[in-house]
Design a protein around this ligand. Structure first.
Ligand code: TRP
Length: 381
């Protein structure tokens, strides 16, 4: 009996599931500050790789200004100023507007309309249980005065993702509840109305260090307010100074002391940035990171040497980004043009999805000749 039941469920899911015709990426960032290397190892670097892999038919990267306003309603200027910062960060990391559509969320009003319809598919208690919303409410001291727009932003994020029929959403760990919420909305929509929306999958960073890069002070999170960030736009000298001041192992006082890797920021950064080839170039007396770590743990390896190594690696990775940034900074008008053109392309796709959504809900009245005829018949009797 049990078996038959399961089978029916599976079949039902198969019928409802929309098979995506293309492989599509959608992701984005709130423009509330310039991006730092935590964003870089956590997502930007990956996006560029995905872009250049040729494995995706379409890639959309969104500057989520409307979402940023959900907790910055009193400070639109902050959001406004940071749009160009984020755009410059994107472009300088190697996102190529010829391959990737870069756009601004609020320039695609269809997203708001989708949100409004999805709102009816989600309960207040489900939103209250969303772990990301929960922790963000705490972080912002919103407990007694949560803006409704902020509370419902997971629904708007589901609209972002589904509007582009995204199959893949590269995000950090903190965004997983958003993807889960999106999947639920997709299933519910497809079940109630008609199979229309694509269920997305998340794509997480490659390792633990990339998942959550600590600040240079060793604190769990890199954040502007803690002043512990290395920015993509920092100069060579700023990056060097920050690395040299980095938190390591407070018990590793003399070089000969055994060192600890746990919570040692320099080694966490090496986990995120170091490749085997870097040893040949900058530290040929070691084979690989394992050997370096072993020496540090044993004792006899000084922090300065490891920091200099990290600095060499990071400068190598950040220098081309700085160079590209300089180019784009000289052509800010051109950057706005890229966003404008991208927003038009994005909008076209969102319009298509919205049309499909309204057709599935049968609220596309003027296209629905059957409805018009049926009503006309009814009243002509
Ligand atoms: N919530 C994301 C952030 O805080 C930004 C974002 C908005 C997003 N819409 C999205 C990410 C859709 C992925 C998919 O950075």
């Amino acid at each position: 009996m049990e078996e038959i039941k399961t089978e029916t469920v599976v079949q039902e899911e198969e019928i409802k599931k929309v098979i995506p015709a293309e492989r599509v990426i959608l992701t984005g960032d709130r423009p509330t500050g310039k991006l730092h290397i935590g964003h870089y190892v956590g997502s930007l670097r990956r996006r560029v790789e995905l872009q250049n892999s040729g494995e995706y038919d379409k890639i959309f990267i969104m500057i989520a200004d409307a979402q940023a306003l959900t907790d910055n309603a009193d400070n639109p200027e902050k959001v406004r100023q940071n749009i160009i910062e984020v755009a410059l960060d994107y472009l300088s990391c190697g996102l190529d507007p010829k391959k990737t559509t870069l756009f601004i969320q609020s320039m695609v009003p269809e997203l708001t309309e989708l949100t409004f319809y999805y709102m009816n598919l989600v309960t207040v208690s489900r939103l209250q249980r969303n772990p990301t919303v929960k922790s963000e409410i705490q972080a912002r001291n919103f407990e007694t005065s949560i803006p409704v727009g902020f509370f419902t932003y997971p629904i708007s994020q589901a609209a972002d993702i589904t509007a582009f029929q995204a199959t893949t959403v590269p995000v950090g760990e903190d965004q997983l509840p958003m993807i889960e919420q999106t999947k639920e909305i997709v299933r519910r929509f497809n079940y109630i109305y008609a199979p229309t929306l694509v269920e997305p999958d998340s794509l997480l960073p490659e390792n633990q260090a990339c998942l959550r890069l600590p600040g240079i002070d060793g604190k769990a999170k890199m954040s502007k307010s803690l002043g512990n960030c290395i920015y993509l736009s920092d100069s060579e000298e700023e990056v060097r100074a920050k690395i040299m001041s980095m938190f390591t192992d407070p018990t590793h006082i003399k070089i000969t002391d055994p060192g600890h890797l746990e919570g040692n920021t320099v080694f966490t950064y090496l986990d995120a940035f170091c490749k085997k080839e870097h040893f040949e170039r900058y530290l040929p007396e070691y084979q690989d990171l394992e050997e370096l770590k072993a020496h540090y743990t044993r004792g006899g390896l000084g922090d300065i040497k490891v920091k200099k190594f990290l600095n060499a690696i990071m400068q190598e990775e950040l220098e081309p980004i700085r160079q590209r940034r300089k180019q784009y900074e000289m052509d800010i008008r051109g950057v706005f043009q890229i966003l404008k053109e991208g927003s038009l392309v994005a909008r076209e796709r969102a319009v298509q999805t919205l049309e499909a959504v309204k057709a599935a809900m049968k609220i596309n009245y003027f296209d629905d000749l059957e409805l018009i005829e049926e009503q006309a018949q009814k009243y002509s009797k």
